[in-house]
Design a protein around this ligand. Structure first.
Ligand SMILES: [Zn+2]
Length: 260
């Protein structure tokens, strides 16, 4: 059974042009879009959000959200950990209005002198707290910690896989980050680590060194082909392109997928 693979960019742009932008994505065949709340949840009005939700649903475009970059569930400061949860929950509130499927976030940093097992425990507690709030509010949106590209940042395949298994949270599998962190992409291992029926995926070209990710670059056709060839065929998958040319690259990926 070949399930759906949806392609789209990591940005919708300003609220006032959101409907026109969604229509332009639709005209190109794109069916996913991640809103970049990376500097904060910039959509403030519920009316605006619900208008965008309605049009995206009509166009068959699935929305997701990227939470602010400055969150850290593993901060040594409890005030900062609480603020992180609040920021992610704010994204969830607006995401619920938007009908978005997931809020993707970078879980946090490892702490000097604190081992990785302890870091895992703190991040897991934070995720459980956020999920309790989602339940309390009866929100259906899910939170999705992301596999991270730098070796000194929380978010290995193993850590994200365990978080999902032990808390029931969703995941964001960033294949470019995995390559930068592990220097290889072990598709069989990833498939085993993430048995979920639905995958939320990030992808782009990437420049990396010993310590992992340096920056994202345009997605090569060769890289696209390698990813698409290895995608499981029995899952629903959203692939968000994060390259500097994300709309064009998402269209290239979508067309290559259509030829497989
Ligand atoms: Zn990210």
């Amino acid at each position: 059974m070949n399930k759906e693979v949806l392609f789209g960019p990591a940005g919708l742009g300003p609220t006032k042009s959101a409907i026109a932008t969604l229509e332009a994505f639709h005209a190109q065949g794109l069916r996913a879009c991640e809103l970049a709340f990376t500097h904060g949840a910039y959509i403030k009005s519920e009316t605006d959000a619900r208008t965008i939700q309605k049009r995206a649903a009509e166009l068959g475009i699935e929305l997701s959200i990227h939470a602010p970059y400055y969150v850290n569930l593993n901060s040594d400061d409890p005030v900062k950990r609480a603020a992180t949860k609040q920021r992610i929950l704010e994204c969830c509130k607006v995401g619920e209005w938007l009908g978005a499927k997931v809020v993707v976030f970078h879980p946090g940093y490892y702490r000097e002198g604190v081992d990785r097992i302890q870091a895992y425990t703190v991040v897991k507690e934070g995720i459980i707290d956020i999920m309790k709030e989602l339940k309390k509010n009866k929100w259906v949106i899910q939170i999705a910690p992301e596999t991270m590209g730098k070796i000194n940042v929380f978010g290995s395949i193993d850590e994200i896989s365990r978080l999902a298994q032990e808390t029931g949270c969703a995941v964001c599998i960033d294949f470019a980050h995995i390559l930068a962190r592990d220097k290889k992409v072990d598709y069989a291992l990833i498939l085993k680590a993430f048995p979920q029926e639905e995958w939320h995926v990030h992808f782009s070209g990437i420049v990396y060194g010993e310590k992992g990710e340096k920056h994202h670059i345009k997605t090569g056709v060769k890289e696209w082909k390698a990813l698409l060839a290895h995608l499981p065929r029995d899952k629903k998958i959203r692939i968000i392109n994060e390259s500097p040319d994300m709309v064009a690259d998402a269209v290239v990926g979508m067309k290559l997928w259509g030829k497989l």
